[in-house]
Design a protein around this ligand. Sequence first.
Ligand SMILES: [Zn+2]
Length: 358
Amino acid sequence: MHNISIIKAVSILILLVFILLLIINQQGIQYWFNDFGKVSQSDLQVYFLDVGQASSTLVLLPNKYSILMDTGSGDSAENLVSELQFLLEQNDVQDIDLLILSHPDADHVGGTVMVMDAFQVNSVLRPKVYALGEEVTYNFPLSTTYTYRDAIEAIYAEPNCQVEYVANQVIVQSDKNFSATIEIFAAEKAEYGTDTNSFSPFITLSYASRTFLFTGDAPAARETELLNRLAKEGRRLSVDFLQVAHHGSKYSSYPNFLSAISPKYAFISAADSSHPSQTVLRRLKEANVQQTFVTKNDGTIGVGVQADGNFVIRLKKNFLDIPLLVILLSLIIFVLMKFIYVKKSPRFVDLRPKAGRR
Ligand SMILES: [Zn+2]
């Protein structure tokens, strides 16, 4: 009887501790158990954040310069902020140095208000698209959504934050130990009809002989635009890590584009039933992409690149599912306690008739 109480008490205690850990720090458990920490030990870190059917990507350069590309949707904003807090804390980073908003759609700017509230953001590159209520100076189109209006209001309300329009530019971050180059290929036309996706810039990030390409929701017409520009400048773009455009929609990532940039690994931020499209998954395979990751299945995906060009890709969710682990552990403890109870009780019942006969 004494033993059973101790086993019971210890089991319940272990379970409680696990549930408590789950509640207070699921991020941390996933992080350490899944070897995800390897990414944050890398010199360059890129995180394709799990924000559902939306998009948000965090880049941390070796000098801790931080870039956030898009802010996901309103639905995912709370999760985004807590994940960003965790990742920045791991790296002793306080501010977001540069926020790039690719285009006005709600699944890319929906978390902006909460991000601006939670962090000091030092600079923002915004689309050449006006929001409701903005003073019109240039011949930019207007997006009439309230989400975009709120996002634009939030970036201009941020203290000590420099806001500029996305334009072609090269940003070099370097010190005596490293050099990283970010190149922005802005949309070339001022108008793309009603298609706001077309305003998404292409952004390359090069470090230690590795190149990332970020695409926002850019459609095929913009892919052609980029290829034409590169051809005109006599340049070739070879991509190691591709953020697949428009959540894996078949109206982007055309075969000619993929074969021109020959990506080695592909990353798709998507969570609904029609994204990523099977067509795009097939095109990626046909373009000899070694592996395609999707946030829907893999959760947040981290890529860490070392100064010598070696890299690691780690998934936050795949290896260890904490809620499932708690359910399993509860079941084991339940069965264990049942087993101990059943085994002990017959002896207890047997004693009674014997005592009666005497
Ligand atoms: Zn989108």
